[in-house]
Design a protein around this ligand. Structure first.
Ligand code: ADP
Ligand code: MG
Length: 448
C-alpha cells in the first residue's frame, strides 16, 4: 500500500473497542475504500461502493454495519443486519473476516447458506442473530417457511452485486429487500457496478453516496499480465509444467467438466491439484479450499463461479487456462492474486483459434501486452511462470483426504455449519454462546 497519510480507524468514527480488536488482528490503518465509506455508513447513508479486488471491501461495509447494530438486541428469528453474498464460500469468508469484530462488539453473527441442513439453521435463527450473512436462495427459503422475519432489519449489505445478477439471484434479492423496512439502510458493494445492478440501485437505494476508489480495470499495479500463444497440441503439457511451479497457483477453466479433467490430468503427472466447481458437494468444496489455503494443495483448478470473491493469501500466479469470454471475468479471475498490496502474475493461455476473441477481452480489460510464444526458442515464458517438469509420479486421491481438519465437537455440530472446514485449523469457531470456541482468526494482514 502506498505510504501516505490516511485517517485512523478511530478518526473515521469506529469505537475504541473495535479499533482495539482490529489492532489485535494486525489491521491498524484503513485502506482507501474503507476511509471513504466508513463515515458515510456510520452516518446512516446508503452507500454504493466500488473498488478493485483485494481492496478491502469486506471491512469497508462490515465494520460500520456492526457499529450500526450495537446498543440493541435482536429478537428471535429477527436479525437486524443482513449481508447478502452470491456463494457459500464467500459467506464463510465474510463471517470469518468479521468474527472477531462482532465478538468485540457483543454481537451475534450466523450464516445461512444452501447445502446445509435447514433445521439447524432455523434453530440458530430462533436463538437470535444480530448480523446474518446469507446466500439469497436459502434466505428466501427461510422467509417462505417463516423461520426468519426481516421487519427489524436496520441495514442490508449486498456484496458482489453484479455477480449476484449474473447468477440469476436478483428475484430472490429483490424479494428479500422487499421484506426489509422501506426506510432501512442499504449498502451495495462490488468490483464492478453495471447492468442489472443499476436497476437494483434505482429501486432500493435512497439517495446513495458513491465511492469508487479506483477503476476496476486492471488497476492493480502490483499485478503483471502475460499472454502465452500456445499450439493446441501442447496446451495441456504447458499448463502442467506451469502448475508444477513452486508457489500457490490458481487455474481457471471454462467448464465444470474441464475442471474435473484438468485436475485428473495434473494429478496423474504428479501435481497435487484440487478441483472446485458448483456441482461438487459442499464438503468437498470446503475441504479443497481449506487445503489450498493451508498449502496441502498448491494448485486449485476452478470455474469462474466457484472462485468469485474468494480470498486466499499468497496466490502468486493465476492462469486463464481457457481465456475468459468477457473482460469482467478476466478482472475477477486476475483479482485472486496481487491482493492487499502483494504482487502477482496473471497468465492467459491462448491457442491459435482463440487469439481474436482473447485479444478483444484483454483490450476491454485494459491489458495491453505483447504475447510470448510457447514451443519455440524463446523460453521467457518459463522464467516468468517458474515452469518446470512435473515429477511424473501420480498423486493418489487419498493423499488429500481425509481433510486435516479438527474433529467436530457437539458444539460445532449445533453451530451454523458450513464454514467450519473453510476456516480450517486455527479458525474461529462459534458455538451457541456467540464466543469463539477456540483458536485465533486466520485473517492475516495484507500488504506486508
Ligand atoms: P475485496 O472484497 O475488496 O476483494 P477483501 O475485503 O477480501 O477485499 O480484503 C482483502 C484482504 O485485505 C483481506 O485479507 C483482508 O483481511 C485484508 N485487509 C482489509 N483491510 C485491511 C486493512 N485495513 N489493513 C490490513 N489488511 C486489510
Ligand atoms: Mg470482497
Amino acid at each position: 500500500m502506498p505510504d501516505r497519510p490516511s485517517p485512523t480507524f478511530a478518526q473515521l468514527g469506529l469505537p475504541p473497542m473495535l479499533v482495539h480488536s482490529l489492532g489485535r488482528e494486525g489491521i491498524t490503518a484503513p485502506f482507501p475504500i474503507q476511509a471513504a465509506t466508513i463515515p458515510d455508513i456510520l452516518a446512516g447513508r446508503d452507500v454504493l461502493g466500488r473498488g478493485p479486488t483485494g481492496s478491502g471491501k469486506t471491512l469497508a461495509f462490515g465494520l460500520p454495519l456492526l457499529v450500526r447494530l450495537t446498543g440493541g438486541a435482536s429478537r428471535a428469528g429477527r436479525p437486524r443486519g443482513i449481508v447478502l453474498v452470491p456463494t457459500r464460500e464467500l459467506a464463510a469468508q465474510i463471517e470469518s473476516a468479521l468474527d472477531e469484530s462482532a465478538v468485540s462488539m457483543g454481537l451475534r453473527m450466523a450464516s445461512i447458506v444452501g447445502g446445509v441442513p435447514f433445521k439447524g439453521q432455523a434453530t440458530r435463527l430462533s436463538r437470535g442473530v444480530d448480523l446474518l450473512v446469507a446466500t439469497p436462495g436459502r434466505l428466501a427459503d427461510h422467509l417462505s417457511q417463516g423461520t426468519v422475519a426481516l421487519d427489524d432489519v436496520k441495514v442490508t449489505a449486498i456484496d458482489e452485486a453484479d455477480h449476484m445478477a449474473e447468477l440469476g439471484f436478483l428475484p430472490q434479492v429483490t424479494e428479500i429487500l422487499d421484506r426489509t423496512p422501506e426506510s432501512a439502510q442499504r449498502l451495495l458493494f462490488s468490483a464492478t457496478l453495471d447492468g442489472e445492478v443499476d436497476t437494483l440501485v434505482a429501486r432500493y437505494l435512497h439517495d446513495p453516496v458513491t465511492h469508487a476508489t479506483a477503476e476496476a480495470v486492471a488497476a492493480v499495479d502490483t499485478m503483471q499480465h502475460h499472454v502465452l500463444h500456445v499450439p493446441r497440441e501442447i496446451k495441456y503439457e504447458t499448463v502442467a509444467r506451469i502448475a508444477a511451479r513452486a508457489g500457490r497457483t490458481l487455474l481457471f477453466v471454462r467448464t465444470k467438466a474441464g475442471v474435473d479433467r484438468l485436475t485428473d490430468e495434473l494429478r496423474a503427472v504428479g501435481i497435487a491439484a484440487g478441483g472446485l466447481h458448483g456441482d461438487k458437494p459442499q464438503g468437498h468444496r470446503t475441504r479443497v479450499l481449506a487445503e489450498f489455503a493451508d498449502g496441502t494443495l498448491p494448485v486449485l483448478v476452478a470455474t469462474d463461479v466457484a472462485a468469485r470473491g474468494i480470498h486466499v493469501d499468497d496466490i502468486s500466479l493465476v492462469v486463464h487456462v481457457d481465456p475468459p469470454t468477457e473482460s469482467k471475468a478476466y478482472l475477477h479471475r486476475a483479482g485472486r492474486t496481487a491482493r492487499a498490496g502483494e504482487s502477482g502474475v496473471v497468465v492467459t493461455v491462448v491457442t491459435e483459434d482463440e487469439r481474436g476473441p482473447a485479444a478483444k477481452v484483454m483490450r476491454a480489460a485494459g491489458v495491453d501486452v505483447d504475447p510470448l510464444t510457447v514451443g519455440g526458442r524463446d523460453r521467457r515464458w518459463e522464467t516468468l511462470t517458474g515452469a518446470r517438469e512435473p515429477s511424473g509420479t501420480p498423486v493418489p486421491e487419498q493423499q488429500t483426504a481425509p481433510a486435516p481438519l479438527k474433529r467436530e465437537t457437539p458444539a460445532d455440530r449445533r453451530g451454523p455449519g458450513p464454514q467450519r472446514g473453510f476456516r480450517g485449523r486455527g479458525g474461529t469457531r462459534r458455538d451457541g454462546t456467540g464466543r469463539p470456541a477456540s483458536g485465533q482468526s486466520r485473517r492475516r494482514r495484507g500488504g506486508s
